[in-house]
Every structure is written in structure tokens, then in C-alpha cells.
Design a protein around this ligand. Structure first.
Ligand code: GDP
Ligand code: IMO
Ligand code: MG
Length: 429
């Protein structure tokens, strides 16, 4: 029985939450392995809408959720999210959520630094979610992060805070922001400690056991390949490795356990925040797609930039992300458009490219080369079988498969959990 990893194949918000929730019915454990509460995953089940940022989307199905060491964890954001879900009738307790004891924490100084830096960048800002993700990963790599396990050792914590604040207060003051008091931070963390430590464990042991017992593990990616720290549109990226390879390092499991890698892609493209976006539409069609697709950021409420499906970009994500098959979402948003365009490559300074090169100047200058394809008149919204799709919609999907060099294994036709067409069971070997 294969495990499955789900990652975003564009710039995020492809519908990973919906797909993970849907797949979770056949999984035993759902693992988050990177990112933090910069992620916003929306699940629609009947008349309930759940918005998750840190909790693995499987918790709504009552599956065991694991937050791996590759995540950066904001303790207050986690407790708030658990409370929000509790109010919606989903109880999250140490019985159904386990957190890696070695996960690095996001402290209040991280969002403060994130925002102060963005303000200092002015027009060149990245458009981060302002949640301290970048600064928290920097601290991890710099070996000064406070980790969940440190909350169990007040003396270690106190000494580590001294080192952390020496660094951060110097930076914050240089940027004209308020410094943080060690006593306040220490008291806040020690106050939260018992509630958080109840979830902590060496999750690698549980995953190892689960694997040997033949449990099905679903790895839930956040963000997407084009926001990946190495492979994305750097520097307009997030600060973690979003490719499936990181599911192993980010949770403490063998690379061979990752199983099948599914890339989630919208039938068009969106992006929140700044950075290159060759197929972006600044016209009425772009506005219409945004309105129909309800393209507003789950985390920040910002309108998402919208554009045509960029097959060259997704093909690149397929290759660097090790994506074996696609889940195509939001096809319904394109219903009724007379004609559609698909980006098949780029023209940059008079040269043709079949991929987006890494240099920022080239990325900013990239002009899409389009192929035009006929739209469809009928509705795909809520379709649950291939036979319900208009012929032109099938043609659009087939062309995408050819261009991105990966098959479409699952199709999503509305936000609702069960409005999903399966071409092949992703868990099948
Ligand atoms: P994620 O970050 O990848 O989990 O995606 P988000 O949840 O941030 O954004 C995807 C949005 O599209 C959510 O509001 C979903 O409810 C919605 N959605 C997912 N699949 C479909 C679909 O097939 N059709 C439509 N119309 N909406 C969808
Ligand atoms: P999900 O998991 C879309 C974007 C931000 C910004 C850049 C860096 O819901 O797909 P960060 O706060 O991570 O330092 O911001 O990355 N970004 C996302 N865009 N979906 C997300 O998550 C995102 N998480 C971060 O908008 O451009
Ligand atoms: Mg999202």
C-alpha cells in the first residue's frame, strides 16, 4: 500500500486542504512537514467550512495528525486554532495530534522582525504573510532557535533566550522596532509550556512504528514548488523546502516511505504576494476568474493575482518536485469562458525558453507563449464522474497532461469534499 505526499505545483492555494481532507478518508496518519501558519487550507464539508493553518487537514476526519520537525510552530497560533476547531465540534487533543519535540518555535519577535523588514524593503517587499516564518527558519539554521523540547528545561530556555535576544534586539532596534524583554518572553513561554508539552514526542518513533505496521501515511505539503526556497521564484518565495523530498527530513522518516507524490494545480494560476507571474491577467478575464474562484488569501485576505494555466511552470514543478501525477482543481471556475489560453513557454529578450530560468531579471522579463484552446459551455461544477464533463473540458485536461508530462489522477469540481472525480486511486500501488 503506497503512502502519498501532496504538494502544491504552482504558487500555493491550489486546494491542497480539500484534497488532503478527501484523501484522508483512506489514510491513518496525516503529517505536516514544512511551513507554518503562513499556510491557509480551506475544507468544505456540507454546511461547515474549516480553515486550517497548522493542523494537518486529516484532523477533521478524526485521523491522527502529526506536526513534524520541519514545521515552524507558533504556540499561540496553534492553541487558537485548536480552540477555533473545538468551537466547530472538532476536538483536537494529545490523542489525535502529536508534535515533534524538536520542532522550532515562532516567538512574537519573529513576526515583529518579518514586518519591520518588509516595511524597510518598501516597494521591493516580498509580500510575506507577516507571520515570522522567514526569521524563524533563519534562527533554526543559525542554531539559536527555541525548540518545543526547550520548554521542559527552564534553565536551558533562559540561556537560549539570552542568545536569541542579543541577536534579535540588535536587529529590531536597527530597524526602528521595539526590543523584547527576556523576562516577559520567558514567563509567556513557561506559562504555555504544560499545554504544549502534552503534545510533544519523538514523532519519528511513531512514524517508524506506523510504517512497519503497514499504516497509510499522508504527507501534507504547504505552499508550493514555485515558493520553494531553492526551486521557486527566489527571492519571492517562502523560507522552507516545499518539495516532497522534504517530507522525509521534515518528519524523520525514510525517503523511500514518501510514496506517491501528487502535485495539486488549479486549472488556471494564482499568486498572493509579490514576484514574477508571466501568465498574469490584468484584464476583465483575470477579474472574472478571481471573482468566480473567490480568490482571496485565506491567511491575509489579500486578493490573489489571477492568470492563465502556465503549463511550462507546472512542468518545471513536476520535474523538480518529483510529481508523479496531478490533481487538477477549480476547473468549474473556467465554465462558460469562450476560449482559454495555456502558457507553453516563455520569450525572454528575443529567446524562447521551455522553462523559467533562475535569474530574477529574466523571470521578470518573461513573456508567455500561449496556445489557445476552445472553452466549454456546459457546467463542470459539482461533477462527480468523467462522463458528466463537456467534451471540450476533457480536451483541455488532456492537453494539460501532455504539456506538463504527468497524468491527471484526480479532478476537483467544487470546494465541497465529495465533488471529486477519481481517475485512479492515489493509494493504489
Ligand atoms: P490550499 O492552500 O492549497 O489548501 O488552498 P486554499 O484552501 O488556500 O485555497 C483553495 C480555495 O479553493 C479554497 O477556498 C477551497 O475551498 C476552494 N476549492 C478547492 N477546490 C475547488 C474546486 O475544485 N472548485 C472551486 N470552485 N473551489 C475549490
Ligand atoms: P498555502 O499552504 C500562498 C507566500 C506569501 C509571500 C511568500 C513569502 O495556503 O498554499 P512567508 O510568509 O511564507 O514568508 O511569505 O509566500 N505564501 C503563500 N502563498 N499560499 C500559501 O500557503 C502561502 N504561504 C506563503 O504570500 O508571497
Ligand atoms: Mg492556502
Amino acid at each position: 500500500m503506497a503512502n502519498v505526499a501532496v504538494i502544491g505545483a504552482q504558487w500555493g492555494d491550489e486546494g491542497k486542504g480539500k484534497v488532503v481532507d478527501w484523501l484522508a478518508s483512506r489514510a491513518d496518519i496525516v503529517v505536516r512537514f514544512q511551513g507554518g501558519h503562513n499556510a491557509g487550507h480551506t475544507l468544505v464539508v456540507g454546511n461547515q467550512t474549516y480553515k486550517l493553518s497548522l493542523l494537518p487537514s486529516g484532523v477533521v476526519r478524526g485521523k491522527l495528525g502529526i506536526i513534524g520537525n520541519g514545521v515552524v510552530l507558533d504556540p499561540q497560533a496553534l492553541l487558537d486554532e485548536i480552540a477555533r476547531l473545538g468551537a466547530q465540534g472538532v476536538a483536537v487533543t494529545p490523542r489525535n495530534l502529536r508534535i515533534a519535540e524538536n520542532v522550532p518555535l515562532i516567538l512574537p519577535l519573529h513576526p515583529a522582525l518579518d514586518r519591520a523588514r518588509e516595511a524597510a524593503r518598501g516597494a521591493a517587499k516580498i509580500g510575506t504573510t507577516g507571520r515570522g516564518i522567514g526569521p524563524a527558519y533563519e534562527d533554526k539554521v543559525a542554531r539559536r532557535a527555541i525548540r518545543l523540547c526547550d520548554l521542559a528545561e527552564p534553565e536551558t530556555l533562559s540561556a537560549k533566550l539570552d542568545e536569541l535576544l542579543r541577536h534579535h534586539n540588535t536587529l529590531l532596534q536597527g530597524l526602528g522596532a521595539e526590543p523584547f524583554s527576556k523576562e516577559t518572553l520567558l514567563a509567556e513561554l513557561l506559562d504555555l509550556a504544560p499545554r504544549l508539552l502534552a503534545y510533544a514526542e519523538p514523532v519519528w518513533q511513531r512514524l517508524d512504528r506506523a510504517r512497519r505496521e503497514g499504516a497509510r501515511i499522508l504527507f501534507e505539503g504547504a505552499q508550493a514548488v514555485m515558493l520553494d526556497i531553492d526551486h521557486g521564484t527566489y527571492p519571492f518565495v517562502t523560507s522552507s523546502s516545499t518539495v516532497a523530498g522534504n517530507a522525509a527530513a521534515g518528519s524523520g522518516i525514510a525517503p523511500s516511505a514518501i510514496g506517491r507524490v501528487l502535485g495539486i494545480a488549479k486549472a488556471y494560476t494564482t499568486r498572493v504576494g509579490a514576484g514574477p507571474f508571466p501568465t498574469e491577467l490584468h484584464d476583465e478575464t483575470g477579474r472574472l476568474i478571481g471573482e468566480r474562484g473567490r480568490e482571496f488569501g485565506t491567511v491575509t485576505g489579500r486578493p490573489r493575482r489571477c492568470g492563465w494555466f502556465d503549463a511550462a511552470l507546472v512542468r518545471q514543478a513536476v520535474k523538480v518536485g518529483g510529481i508523479e501525477a496531478l490533481v487538477l482543481t477549480k476547473l468549474d471556475v473556467l465554465d462558460g469562458l469562450p476560449e482559454l489560453k495555456i502558457g507553453v513557454g516563455y520569450e525572454i529578450a528575443g529567446r524562447r525558453f521551455d522553462h523559467l530560468p533562475a535569474a530574477p531579471g529574466a523571470q521578470a522579463a518573461a513573456q508567455p507563449i500561449y496556445e489557445t484552446i476552445e472553452g466549454w459551455q456546459g457546467s463542470t461544477r459539482g461533477a462527480r464522474s468523467w462522463a458528466d464533463l463537456p467534451a471540450a473540458a476533457i480536451k483541455y485536461i488532456r492537453r494539460i497532461e501532455e504539456l506538463v508530462e504527468a497524468p491527471v489522477m484526480v479532478l476537483s469540481t467544487s470546494p465541497e469534499r465529495d465533488d471529486t472525480i477519481v481517475m485512479r486511486d492515489p493509494f493504489a500501488d
